[in-house]
Design a protein around this ligand. Structure first.
Ligand code: PLP
Ligand code: TYF
Length: 394
């Protein structure tokens, strides 16, 4: 039966971690996968989450099924967090999903229900899974320019492409902290994009996996709330994987802004069908913990602080890396590292340089040159800067 089954290549990002784990070099550094690590190189358990979990354990109950669309109180706090008062929440469907990826999957299937022949436009480059996921859902995936040849955002190219995308097509946008480049749009650029998207009747799909990592929760929600504020249809995938450091718990949500409460009910029924035939109902623990953090004012304040600390530490590592690279390669400009947002930096390493960095120095970056700045710390940054400077000069 399986004699002809083709062996597929590994996920380029997770495959790199496998190679890193197999590497026995003592000073090896994994800058591949996008996971926030603290100054000791550990994925944190946030104190707000721990407290919420302890309270949950203290009044442990039976493990019954969660509703198909997730916990209502979880969905309500997510909708409030993401949209605030930018639109009428009575028109928003929010459904608990298995991480941001699960939200994208629910969203892709919902797009299929309403516009099965739409094409889906993603940034060039984008998170690899975007193309894979929408292709697997049966869509033709196209790209719009994003990363310019000069290493900066190609906003003119992006806008010019939006101007020629046919009505009804879906435009997938990274709400903030663009993965992989770290290059974000300014608020004025978002306004221009929103204008074109609405004027041309394109369907915006905002992927929100890093809210809170650029400037803070409120500022990072600008793009989503801008689109929501004109009341037009939109999809939003949201993830707590990074912002609550709940990676393995699979905590996310899909939101869809519809035109009325009646539309909302019909859309919800469709998404519930999709969830039911895919996984029946979502997992309980992570969403319950997330909802507990968001609903409790003290825990919520603590989350703001802990998220702020993660954001500040990443920015500090950006500054340090840029400075240390500039010391070692004074003829080059590294200010772009500081201007980028979120977990990632497109470091401007070429593919041969990224391979050399891995093979000679055991510093694991993606072949694209993407590095996870959130994996840097005071202990490994000198070695990383030294190694990157050397391969750039070799
Ligand atoms: N969208 C983007 C842009 C991401 O970088 C990620 C990364 O994990 C996701 C979605 C998926 O998030 P999750 O891990 O919650 O599925
Ligand atoms: O881009 C990243 O590194 C994160 C984590 O299949 C990730 O988004 C990477 C690959 C993948 C799932 C998550």
């Amino acid at each position: 039966l399986f004699a002809q089954v083709e062996e597929l290549p590994r996920d380029p990002i997770l495959g790199l971690t496998e190679a890193y784990v197999a590497d026995k070099t003592p000073h090896r550094v994994n800058l591949g996968v996008g996971v926030y690590q603290d100054e000791n190189g550990k994925v944190p358990l946030l104190a707000c989450v721990k407290q919420a979990e302890e309270a949950m354990l203290a009044k442990a109950g039976p493990h019954t099924y969660v509703p198909i669309d997730g916990y209502a109180h979880y969905n309500a706090v997510v909708a409030q967090l993401v949209f605030a008062d930018s639109c009428d929440l009575a028109k928003v469907v929010t459904v608990q999903a298995l991480g941001g990826t699960g939200a994208l999957k629910l969203g892709a299937e919902m797009v299929k229900v309403v516009t099965p022949n739409a094409r889906v436009w993603i940034s060039d480059p984008s998170w690899e899974n975007h193309r894979a996921l929408f292709s697997a859902a049966g869509f033709t995936v196209e790209t719009y320019p994003y990363y310019g040849a000069d290493g900066e955002l190609d906003f003119a190219g992006l806008l010019a492409t939006l101007e020629i995308i046919p009505a009804g097509d879906v435009v997938l946008l990274h709400a903030c902290c663009h993965n992989p480049t770290g290059l974000d749009l300014s608020q004025d650029q978002w306004r221009q994009i929103a204008r074109v998207v609405r004027a041309r009747n394109l369907t915006p799909f905002l992927d929100t996996a890093y809210m809170g990592f650029a400037e803070g929760l409120e500022t990072d929600a600008f793009s989503v709330r801008l689109f929501a504020s004109d009341g037009g249809p939109m999809f939003v995938s949201f993830s707590f994987s990074k912002s609550l450091s709940l990676y393995g718990e699979r905590v996310g949500a899909l939101s869809v802004l519809t035109a009325s409460a009646q539309e909302r009910a019909r859309v919800l029924s469709q998404i519930k069908r999709i969830a039911r035939i895919t996984y029946s109902s979502p997992p309980s623990h992570g969403a319950a913990a997330a909802a507990a953090v968001l609903a409790d004012p003290a825990l919520r304040r603590q989350w703001d602080e802990e998220l702020g600390a993660m954001r500040v530490r990443i920015k500090k590592m950006r500054r340090l890396l840029a400075d240390k690279l500039a010391e070692r390669a004074p003829d080059r400009d590294f200010s772009y590292i500081v201007r980028q947002n979120g977990m990632f930096s497109y470091s401007r390493l070429t593919k041969p340089q990224a391979i050399l960095l891995r093979e000679k120095y055991a510093v694991y970056a993606l072949d694209s040159g993407r590095i996870c700045v959130a994996a840097l710390n005071e202990k490994n940054i000198d070695y990383v800067a030294e190694s990157i400077a050397k391969v750039m000069q070799e």
